[in-house]
Write a protein that binds this ligand. Structure first.
Ligand code: ARG
Length: 443
């Protein structure tokens, strides 16, 4: 980009009282590429010339002459935006890639620094949905990018392996489950049990109490509850592992929510001692009204800890253990508020490093216009998507290149590559409508 930056600096320099370095340092990337490729904010000039920044941007736009490299210059509010000549950019980038090969884009900017990328994080006993696929694919790409920049990266899978849903699952399994049936097709069957629990609980609310009791037993270390929970974990992880192997993705740690259980009591006590917590309707909360947010729940009325409590403990533990320079949470945009809340609590606890934590959010995967929830029946299992993609790739090979060697292997690579590509090629923060035609579009 150096060449283009220099071209912009040369355009601006005769018209502003700034050095080349100052101009280059001032240039920004607009939040949306539709606005331009580079933006020059006019605020500092406004002070200098005692004129409104927007007026300066408009006047500069009049004065600057477009060039072949920078064919369009447009003011937008207080910014003067520059559009690069796309075909030239593309040509330059491709030439650079072909000259540098695998070394393209690598640097040492991250030397000696550590980045934690938390991603994928599916829930035990629930299907690995296409929403988790987005986190997995984006997180994996970020891991590669940070590695290429010289950072040490730590990949963490924050498995959803704790919470009241395990009380429900234990009740459902004990009431309607059969060991052989579950062994044969664990996640499908666990998922059906979970759906059934919610259906039956609507008629019979006593089931909810039973589930609460079982979760409490699990939290208290009851051997039977632990054994069933452990078994659900092993069965689920085996299935997740199969998916990760097919996607070619791995992790450094599979430390799920339950990993932090032993740290919660001490954490909650410290938050209370710091005067940050209070009881409200029997639950222990951190009041966040001064920050225009609903309260963060530390403990429910029945003393059970929550998702947010475990996230606070996880953040502390990871900082203590890894002294990260950055920590990325690759999680759907529907959890934005959750991250804002617990980042705020970390800040209130006095942790300066919360500034290094980022929620890398992404749009939801919508299916028939409804968010894919696991409580209802409408969910697409990721493995079905992968299998279907591979089958389609295979039929294309049969049609176009039937004598290809290692057909099965190629079909697996192409099919899965297509699924990953469909995901990465859509804008991260936008919602995506799940469409087979799009995912399996080999054009
Ligand atoms: N298991 C959660 C889910 O499926 C995602 C966990 C996100 N990570 C976190 N640190 N809260 O919704």
């Amino acid at each position: 980009m150096k060449k283009f930056l220099t071209a912009i600096v040369q355009l601006l320099q005769p018209h502003v009282p700034l050095s080349a370095e100052e101009i280059e340092r001032t240039l920004e990337l607009p939040p949306d590429p539709q606005m331009g490729d580079y933006g020059f904010p006019c605020f500092s000039l406004a002070r200098h010339w005692k004129k409104a920044p927007a007026q300066i941007a408009a006047e500069l736009a009049q004065r600057l002459q477009p060039t072949p490299l920078i064919p369009t210059i447009r003011p937008l509010g207080p910014y003067l935006n520059f559009f690069l000549h796309r075909p030239t950019v593309i040509q330059e980038v491709l030439e650079e890639i072909s000259a540098q090969g695998a070394a393209y884009g690598q640097s040492k900017e991250g030397e000696g620094k550590t980045v934690i990328v938390e991603f994928s994080s599916p829930n035990i006993a629930k299907p690995f949905g296409v929403g988790h696929l987005r986190s997995t694919v984006i997180g994996h790409a970020l891991h590669h990018i940070y590695q290429a920049l010289g950072y040490q990266t730590i990949r963490i899978n924050h498995l959803g392996d704790w919470g009241t849903q395990f009380g429900k699952l234990i009740v459902a399994y004990k009431t309607w489950g059969k060991e052989e049936v579950l062994q044969a097709n664990p996640i499908r069957v666990l998922y059906d049990l979970y759906v059934r629990f919610h259906e039956e609980a609507e008629q019979n609310p006593a089931l909810e109490d039973e589930a609460r009791t079982w979760f409490k037993r699990l939290e208290d270390g009851d051997p039977e509850a632990r054994r069933i929970w452990q078994w659900f974990n092993e069965l689920s992880l085996k299935e997740f592992q199969r998916i990760y192997d097919r996607l070619g993705i791995s992790f450094d740690y599979y430390t799920g929510e339950s990993f932090y259980n032993t740290m919660l009591e001490d954490l909650v006590r410290r938050i209370q001692e710091a005067g940050l917590a209070r009881y409200s309707e029997g639950a222990l909360i951190v009041d966040l009204t001064p920050y225009n947010m609903p309260p963060l729940l530390l403990k429910k009325r029945d003393e059970a800890t929550l998702y947010a409590t475990r996230d606070l403990a996880a953040a502390e533990y990871r900082y203590r253990t890894f002294h990260f320079d950055k920590m990325l949470y690759v999680v759907g945009a529907d959890q934005k508020l959750h991250f804002q809340q617990f980042f705020k609590v970390l800040e209130l606890m006095g942790y300066d490093w919360v500034k290094r934590c980022v929620h890398v959010d992404f749009g939801l995967v919508k299916f028939n216009d409804e968010k894919m929830g696991t409580r209802r029946g409408n969910i697409i299992f990721l493995e079905e998507v992968l299998d279907k993609a591979v089958a389609l790739a295979q039929s294309i090979i049969e049609e176009k290149n039937p004598h290809l060697e290692k057909k099965r292997e190629v079909a697996e690579q192409v099919g899965i590559g297509a699924v990953i590509f469909a995901d990465l090629s859509s804008r991260r923060t936008k919602d995506v409508q799940f469409q087979w035609e799009r995912v399996l579009n080999f054009d």
